[in-house]
Write a protein that binds this ligand. Structure first.
Ligand SMILES: NC(=O)CC[C@H](N)C(=O)O
Length: 304
């Protein structure tokens, strides 16, 4: 039997000694206020045991990690029709690149790059009565946690500096792949990215992807086929142009965000979340990637 607590502590100790060459994302000014040296890891086994180390109970902005949750809600609402508007291929490009979007007639490569997530936001706007409220309720239902909320300051900070996302949304609109107003879709998108969670809450939220669509309280939210597809998209697209590297080093489906969070999972076994806000040049947490590499190497638990 593995001593998970001891393993997490070993990883934490070793990474605290590592020179952190990552940089905090400052293109969203409000994110730049977070101390660089934070490091938290939380592990939740499918059997319900929990293990924590470091700053695992401090909340941070989940940013692009929210794209998996919005994808899950949209997939639940419209099923396979979703794939008419967004593809499922890795982009091999940074999360905010637009060149492929133009080459491919306004169909984003996948739902986890910004343009793809903006299309998903548009789908949710068209299908939810009170989009921001209903989406937040979905996240709260998955986690059974009413304390999870948007961070209005971060959403506003991104709105006033989000020129690249405005460009993406306008391009999508020009190609006829947005039904709602650019401003409304982006308002929803900036809010979903601003959601605050700690590492433990993230392992609760992503439990559904490790447990055939059932959340921590055993309620079925997605079919096992939907979960299989979402996990495949996380594995191939969850880390943008570093998805190959993450599969190679860690070997788990997962998702990163520019707030410094990463969540990953082994189907039928566990979910794990890390938070270390300084990012590598590809926009993924510098220490978080290493923490997860060490975890799957030490435990020999990966999908491969
Ligand atoms: N990779 C990320 O976390 C990016 C999300 C961020 N809100 C953006 O759109 O730029």
């Amino acid at each position: 039997m593995l001593n998970y607590q001891a393993i997490l502590e070993e990883i934490h100790t070793s990474l605290k000694k590592t020179k952190n060459t990552g940089e905090i994302a400052s293109y969203i000014p409000e994110l730049a206020n977070v101390p660089k040296n934070k490091l938290g890891i939380h592990l939740q086994l499918i059997t319900g045991e929990n293990y924590s180390v470091g700053d695992a109970s401090e909340k941070f902005s989940i940013q692009s990690i929210s794209k998996v949750l919005s994808l899950a809600k949209a997939f639940q609402l419209v099923g396979n029709d979703l794939w008419k508007r967004v593809d499922v291929e890795p982009s091999g490009n940074p999360f905010n690149h637009l060149s492929l979007l133009e080459l491919e007639d306004g169909i984003p490569r996948n739902p986890l790059i910004n343009s793809g997530a903006i299309v998903i936001a548009d789908v949710l706007l068209s299908h939810l009565k009170n989009p921001k409220e209903d989406f937040l309720n979905f996240v709260r239902e998955l986690t059974h946690d009413e304390t999870i909320s948007y961070n209005e300051k971060i959403a506003e900070s991104e709105r006033v500096t989000g020129f690249n996302n405005y460009a993406a949304a306008n391009l999508l609109k020009a190609y006829g792949n947005l039904q709602n107003k650019v401003e409304d879709v982006l308002d929803f998108y900036f809010h979903q990215c601003s959601i605050m969670m700690d590492c433990r809450q993230l392992t609760n939220a992503f439990f559904v992807f490790a447990h055939k669509g059932k959340c921590i309280k055993d309620v079925q939210h997605l079919t096992s086929s939907q979960v299989k597809r979402i996990n495949a998209i996380m594995l191939t697209c969850g880390f943008y142009d570093e998805a190959g590297e993450f599969a190679f080093e860690v070997g788990l489906p997962g998702k990163s965000g520019v707030g410094g969070g990463i969540v990953a999972l082994l189907p039928h076994c566990f979910t794990i979340a890390t938070w270390a806000p300084a990012l590598n040049p590809k926009g993924n947490s510098f220490l978080g990637m290493q923490a997860l590499e060490q975890f799957t190497t030490k435990t020999k638990l990966s999908i491969f």
